[in-house]
Design a protein around this ligand. Sequence first.
Ligand SMILES: [Zn+2]
Length: 117
Amino acid sequence: MHEGAIAVALIQDILEVREKENLSSLNTATVLIGRLHHVVPEVLQNHFGLLKKEYPPLVKTKLVIEIAPVAITCRKCGCETVIEKPEFSCSSCRSTDIEITGGREMHLKEIEGTKAQ
Ligand SMILES: [Zn+2]
């Protein structure tokens, strides 16, 4: 139910933005999710697709999922490395004294819709 819970939270966020921005309809919602959340985009799409039917303003909203890579910042030299494999060491000086600075994101990046008259 990981993706299901995320979909519920996303819908709440989207509705909040809709209210704030005074949008009548929403075309697309882009969400940025860090890779460390281990979200399966297809599963999240399915949950979103089912849930949005309960919210009239979201029925036509397309969800765009962007996965943010895992990034680490070296405490020794300050270099930032984007890692593909779970090798948590600095690409510049090989130090393992690092801090995870990317991959934990989870936020709405962009919402595209039509302003209410
Ligand atoms: Zn380094």
